[in-house]
Design a binder for this molecule. Structure first.
Ligand code: KIV
Length: 294
């Protein structure tokens, strides 16, 4: 492995891009992995410069940006459109494309073709798929096609109708055992990291201890090898009360609304644009009066 460090202190010179083996090697690292979702060029650039390890072009795109009420409607073409923009804004972080509903559940051929599009057409380095041991064969097929796969178990939003809502998983001991079996089966099939979503801390701790690849938690407590949040939750750009596991670091929604309100007021009062914000010609043509009479 290269001796060039992959860590960056925010504001320091960029180091080499983070690779899939780098992420795999971060199991039980003192520096926990940090992943955030992003869906566009400027956000990806800001997260990358801030020193994020992994940018997930999540199918949460459906809710956060496209206004759907679940992740089910978002299509492969929509995901690729956003993944391409994210890759253009990223120099160092590992970009992972989230496989949308029905892009892989229909079989290995579809899964390879669609996952391959993330690598071939968007420039992502890996894909993420939801589901436990029943996805093991699919993970094997993708790995054989040279496509690195991140797993995702626990509360898997694409299973919302099967679960009967967005329900925390792994509350009972038999459910914890099932999660551990899922994680082991996916690891054995070849995933390089595993998202644990919506489960009590003891369940996530048991899964994290049972496998040799990093776990990345969301609503799964502190004992994972890393943490992920949906960016729009973190920056206060989602509607309503955020879930219990979200920490809000900014109120960007309020900043945007306030800027829009002030712009509206300035245009309506005539305060915008000012002389300084207006192109002039060398020999100034007199401006007609705003409400001149004929
Ligand atoms: O789509 C997404 O943003 C995700 C994260 C919640 C892990 O899958």
């Amino acid at each position: 492995m290269s001796s060039v460090p992959t860590g960056t202190a925010p504001g320091s010179a960029p180091t080499r891009p983070i690779t899939v083996p780098d992420i795999r090697a971060r199991k039980r690292d003192a520096r926990r992995l940090v992943m955030l979702s992003a869906y566009d060029y400027p956000t990806a650039r800001l997260l990358d410069e801030a020193g994020i390890d992994i940018i997930l072009v999540g199918d949460s795109l459906a809710n956060t940006v496209l206004g759907y009420d679940s992740t089910l409607p978002v299509t492969m073409d929509e995901m690729l459109h956003h993944a391409r923009a994210v890759v253009r804004g990223t120099r160092r972080a590992l970009v992972v494309g989230d496989m949308p509903y029905l892009s892989y559940q229909t079989g290995a051929g579809d899964a390879i073709r669609n996952a391959g599009r993330f690598l071939k057409e968007a420039g992502a380095a890996a894909v993420k798929i939801e589901g436990g041991r029943r996805r093991a064969d699919l993970v094997r097929a993708l790995s054989e096609a040279e496509i690195p796969v991140m797993g995702h178990i626990g509360l898997t939003p694409q299973s919302v109708h099967v679960m009967g809502g967005y329900r925390v998983q792994g509350k009972k001991s038999d459910e914890v055992r099932a999660l551990v079996d899922d994680a082991r089966a996916l690891q054995e099939a070849g995933i390089f990291a595993l998202v644990l979503e919506g489960m009590p801390a003891p369940a996530a701790r048991a899964v994290s201890a049972a496998i040799d690849i990093p776990t990345i938690g969301i609503g799964a407590g502190p004992d994972c090898d890393g943490q992920v949040l949906v960016l729009h939750d973190l920056i206060g750009l989602t509607e309503g009360t955020p879930p219990r596991f979200v920490r809000r670091y900014a109120a960007v929604g309020e900043v945007i609304a306030d800027a829009a309100r002030r712009f509206i007021a300035d245009v309506q009062s005539g305060a915008f644009p000012s002389e300084a914000e207006t192109y002039q010609v060398p020999s100034a043509v007199p401006r007609p009066a705003r409400n001149h009479e004929h």
